[in-house]
Design a protein around this ligand. Structure first.
Ligand code: ADP
Ligand code: MG
Length: 616
């Protein structure tokens, strides 16, 4: 007897559900997409307990007759494509005909639907893939789908769900993406009986952004529009200076579909390179429209990743469009970023991020030059070209080898880790001055030490704040004038949950009206001018789950890391006393070598190394 069997539909659906339906937000995404595909101009989404106990999506779209209402629960039943060639011309969100049967196989599922022409509707109820009943029901034209007890029969999947707050943040984000994609459809989102956002039909994207992110952000955005050889980019980008700690507000759509695209993210970040600090992300809502045949959306049923047939062209186009806009506002130098600082920062970012370095913009070929500043008055040092790996040339020229990989100096610091003096007295140390504002130079008994002032300052503050948090010393200063802050629905919901925790850490925020807050007191170490930025950054961390209440120690560490960047400003110039004091404090730290973000704080060129370089 053969051991191979055809899977029953029910089992096949449950397996497919594992791919398509990873979490409650995926159910919402599929249902909202179906509503939009059905031409709805009004969609209402409601959920409870992060979606695990209850989700409802209701629309005023075209509805289904009784036959279709039954058929749509069959695997691969779709009204949207007939042949695979259709995939290239896809104008709808759905096409696989997998979502509904998958959802119905792992939850209790109830569909009520009615086409406008029919006098009554059809109700179909299914539980864990088993049909419970089909009957007539009363209903306004449109479709209502209710999903309850998600994964209750699949404990393995239920285990993977995160806290209600996390699942709910995913749902809110999903709905918000579709609301941005379709401003002409009215959206309502309700959680546990509370309206999170409600946006009427909007005529423009800015209006929709204002509805869901708040007027304040909407006012900080610039409209972009550019078209070129069949590709079109439209949407909104943040003014330079507007940035976030997370990528959540870098929102991109391709042919109206929300996507995660390294190419687009990278292009955006690169466009802002000169104005973005490390670890910060721009804000943007961008729509790229191009020939569907030039995009591959069929990579993974649940993932939002897309691939472009021509990544380089898309990337270049987006960078040009964004840069042009930024230049018009006068925030970007008219020529491509030519200052060493920005280039270094970009290089750093590339190293720190998972994005591959773009082939096109890698600057000098390896082994050619160590010039960092293009306008440097000193002619660049031309090095002998690196020989083939393992050749006598590369083996016999060790003093040069450290220069070959950019940035040279950082590499040499890892090659020769610097040991801080045992006594913090710094005997025999001399401050030589600062270079380019950022770097303090010292002569040490063992050589020459270069300190990144900012990295050192952040390390010192990070450890200071951490120990204050541990000791519970959290002095705060009450503000004479409270600072008003408008947040979006997610931000408000998250903040409301954390008001006490923040107050315990010196940041007192009060709610006054829906989505409106007031910063009333700030921690003693925070300058009031940056309080709002700080609060928004804190919310970014909360959204990423990095300020987890269940792990207070880690949460405080994250808070201290962020705070160190914002804490009391670094003076613009350093005199000898300040410089030595900073150094002494740095060496008193438990981990003086790296900034809280993991950048090196300093490195030493030993006398031996100096002598070697000068071939003495
Ligand atoms: P797909 O969207 O890939 O076609 P689904 O399983 O999501 O597959 O839906 C199956 C079919 O059910 C759709 O093709 C559509 O015809 C119908 N359908 C689903 N949701 C709705 C809705 N809200 N209104 C009208 N028809 C719907
Ligand atoms: Mg669908």
């Amino acid at each position: 007897m053969s051991t191979i069997r055809i899977l029953s539909d029910r089992v096949a659906n449950q397996i497919a559900a594992g791919e398509v339906i990873e979490r409650p937000a995926a159910v919402i995404k599929e249902l909202v997409e179906n509503s939009l595909d059905a031409g709805a101009t009004r969609i209402e989404v409601e959920f409870r307990h992060g979606g695990r106990s209850y989700m409802r999506v209701e629309d005023n779209g075209k509805g289904m007759n009784k036959d279709d209402a039954l058929l749509c629960l069959e695997r691969h039943a779709t009204s949207k494509i007939v042949e695979t060639v259709d995939l290239d011309r896809l104008g709808t969100f759905g096409f696989r005909g997998e979502a509904l049967p998958s959802i119905a196989s792992v939850a209790r599922f109830e569909l009520q639907t009615r086409p406008a022409a029919a006098s009554s509707g059809t109700e179909v109820a299914v539980n864990g893939g088993k049909l419970l009943h089909v009957r007539e029901c009363g209903l306004a034209p449109g479709t209502r789908i209710t999903v309850t007890h998600l994964f209750s029969a699949v404990p393995a999947r239920r285990k993977f769900l995160k806290s209600d707050a996390t699942e709910s943040a995913h749902i809110i984000q999903a709905v918000r993406l579709y609301a941005l994609a379709c401003p002409q459809t009215a959206f309502t989102l309700i959680e546990d009986g509370r309206i999170l956002f409600q946006s009427p039909v909007c005529l423009t994207l800015v209006e929709r952004v204002a509805e869901i992110f708040g007027r304040q952000l909407a006012g900080d955005l610039l409209a972009v529009e550019m078209m070129e050889e069949g590709i079109k980019l439209t949407g909104l980008i943040g003014r330079p200076g507007v940035s976030r700690t997370s990528r959540h507000e870098m929102i991109t759509f391709v042919n109206r579909r929300p996507v995660d695209s390294r190419t687009l993210n990278y292009a955006l970040i690169e466009s802002y390179a000169t104005t973005l600090a490390k670890g910060r992300y721009p804000v943007a809502v961008l729509f790229l429209d191009l020939d569907p045949a030039a995009v591959d959306v069929n990579m993974h049923p649940a993932k939002r990743e897309v691939r472009f047939r021509s990544e380089g062209q898309v990337r270049g186009f987006v960078i040009r469009a964004v840069l042009q806009k930024l230049r018009e506002t006068g925030h970007v130098a008219p020529v491509a970023p030519a200052n060493a600082d920005a280039e270094m920062r970009k290089a750093e970012w590339r190293r720190a991020s998972s994005f591959p370095a773009p082939a096109a913009s890698t600057s000098a070929p390896a082994g050619s030059s160590v010039s960092v500043t293009p306008h440097s008055p000193v002619p660049p040092i031309i090095l002998p070209p690196a020989g083939p790996a393992g050749s006598p040339l590369s083996a016999s020229a060790p003093p040069f080898s450290v220069f070959r990989a950019p940035p040279p100096v950082v590499l040499s610091s890892t090659a020769a880790p610097f040991a801080p003096p045992r006594t913090p007295g710094l005997t025999g140390w001399r401050f030589l001055g600062t270079a380019h504002g950022d770097y303090a130079l010292f002569e040490s008994p063992a050589g020459v030490v270069v300190v990144d002032r900012r990295a050192a300052h952040e390390r010192v503050w990070f450890e200071r704040l951490q120990s204050q948090f541990v000791r519970g010393e959290l002095a705060s200063q009450r503000l004479l004038f409270a600072i008003p802050v408008e947040l979006d629905a997610i931000g408000s919901a998250l903040l409301l949950d954390r008001l006490d925790w923040l107050a315990k850490h010196g940041l007192e925020v009060g709610e006054f009206g829906r989505n409106f807050f007031r910063i009333e007191a700030v921690p003693a170490w925070l300058e009031p001018e940056v309080a709002e930025d700080f609060l928004r950054d804190v919310l970014g961390l909360i959204r990423e789950g990095r300020l987890d209440e269940k792990n207070p120690r880690l949460a405080e560490e994250e808070l201290a890391r962020l705070a160190a960047q914002k804490a009391v400003r670094l003076p613009d110039s350093a005199n000898e006393a300040d410089a030595l004091a900073l150094l002494a404090r740095l060496f008193a730290c438990s981990q003086p070598h790296a900034s809280p973000a993991g950048r090196p704080t300093h490195f030493e060129l030993s006398r031996g190394e100096l002598a070697k370089r000068f071939q003495r």
